[in-house]
Write a protein that binds this ligand. Structure first.
Ligand code: ZN
Length: 435
């Protein structure tokens, strides 16, 4: 029996999943999902290439086994088999001889990190290219004879694979957990999130009585989440909040990205969770750039989505390069992030939501024996100078079915346990019901 806290399982997954050349769709994405399926019972959703999804279209499968640049003496100067980042993802098939002056526009290196091979994609433009270190680029630029260039890639009509698992809870309301499986060999960006999500799912499966339903998805970034929103649109209307799990294994201190509505309860819950275990953490406000929270947060779903990070994408020098590797990412860092996500889930499981049973306006309290016998007299003195009547009226005013009791307590600056008495009383009088 695998323990979700077993650090050797994180090591094992890093080693097995890191070398695989994933992209938007293809055999290697299915291979990745197969490995994850050894640990959690994922179901594959296969979406045919060419399917229209909102304003987008599901791409063809891209597969590649070989690619290189050779000099006139037959020496390989760049070889895909040394590192899969060497080929621009979704490059077209190429077999020809090129002078350096012709080849130059197809070569990419990083001037900030000359030892790194950058990661580039050409998903929606028919192009091809190689990514290389500055040293390799200089070497090629010195070649006077034409260079032999080969990219053995294929595009075929097939399917884009999405892994999905639904863990039902007592309530229909859901928490969505999403990670992306479209990146080739990089350890922090994409892969650390995939491993954490797998183990978090293992943990969720071990909870005997889950309150909420958990929807966990493994999909290619952007086109995958857009497709998922299209295919599960009605179900996603039940989502209370979402977690996009990525870049959780770097050396930096913990940080988190806020959801689009910074007053949403998920943000204060994340902050309370992180405060318990960290002296300090960085907050990134919501931004329209980023990962799949861009899709889930969009109208009309407007799902408040957060991410907890260790070395957030965009923010570390090795981001989108070959130096985001197994030396950069440590299993212990993923483990710590996993613990924080697990603690967040524990706090989410504690949430209580009430909704009003009456259709509109204030309820008539006197007929339910909730109104003080002498109108206007604050006879039920409570903390913070609220009378019981004040609290009843405030609770009835603030209960919208979407704000948890802890947030209502926060708004009223009162202890949530004190307020729970009021909620229970109103529930007994059938003015509130649990969502
Ligand atoms: Zn990325």
């Amino acid at each position: 029996m695998i323990n979700y806290f077993d650090i050797s399982l994180i090591e094992d997954l890093l080693e097995r999943l890191y070398p695989i050349c994933r992209s938007l769709a293809g055999d290697n994405n299915r291979k990745t999902l197969d490995i994850i399926r050894e640990i959690i019972p994922l179901k594959n959703i296969e979406i045919p290439s060419g399917t229209k999804v909102f304003d987008w279209e599901v791409p063809y499968e891209w597969n590649i086994n070989e690619a290189y640049i050779k000099n006139s003496k037959g020496k390989k100067l760049v070889d895909f088999n040394d590192c899969n980042l060497h080929v621009v993802s979704h490059s077209q098939y190429v077999d020809g001889n090129y002078k350096f002056s012709e080849l130059k526009k197809h070569l990419f290196y990083s001037s900030q990190e000359p030892k790194a091979i950058p990661y580039r994609t050409t998903y929606y433009k028919k192009e091809w290219g190689f990514c290389l270190t500055k040293n390799q680029y200089d070497q090629i630029s010195n070649e006077t004879e034409p260079l032999k260039v080969f990219i053995g890639s294929t595009f075929k009509k097939g399917n884009m694979s999405i892994g999905e698992i639904i863990l039902p809870g007592k309530y229909k309301r859901e928490i969505l957990i999403s990670c992306y499986i479209c990146h080739p060999s990089m350890a922090n960006d994409s892969l650390s999130g995939v491993i954490l999500t797998t183990l978090l799912c293992k943990y969720l499966m071990s909870i005997k009585e889950r309150k909420w339903t958990y929807r966990i998805v493994f999909l290619p970034e952007t086109i995958g989440s857009i497709t998922y929103c299209k295919y599960r649109f009605l179900e996603l209307r039940n989502v209370l909040s979402a977690l996009v799990v990525t870049t959780v294994g770097g050396p930096d201190k913990v940080s988190y990205k806020q959801s689009w509505d910074k007053n949403h309860w998920i943000n204060s819950l994340v902050e309370n969770t992180l405060k318990n275990y960290n002296d300090d953490f960085k907050i990134y406000p919501f931004d329209i750039h980023g990962s799949d929270e861009r899709q889930y947060s969009c109208p009309p779903l407007n799902i408040n989505t957060i991410s907890i990070f260790r070395s957030k994408y965009y923010e570390y020098p090795y981001y989108h390069t070959s130096l985001d590797n197994l030396d950069f990412v440590k299993p212990e860092a993923i483990y710590r992030s996993l613990t924080e996500y697990k603690n967040l889930i524990e706090n989410i499981e504690q949430l209580i939501f009430f909704k009003r049973s009456i259709k509109a306006c204030e309820p008539m309290l006197s007929k339910r024996d909730l109104y003080p016998k002498l109108g206007g007299d604050k006879v039920f003195k409570n903390t913070k100078n609220y009378s019981e009547l004040d609290l009843i009226l405030w609770v009835m005013f603030l209960c919208d079915g979407l704000t948890p009791t802890i947030d209502i307590a926060k708004k009223l600056a009162i202890d949530s346990n004190d307020l729970l008495e009021i909620f229970n009383k109103l529930e007994k009088k059938h003015l509130l019901s649990r969502v």
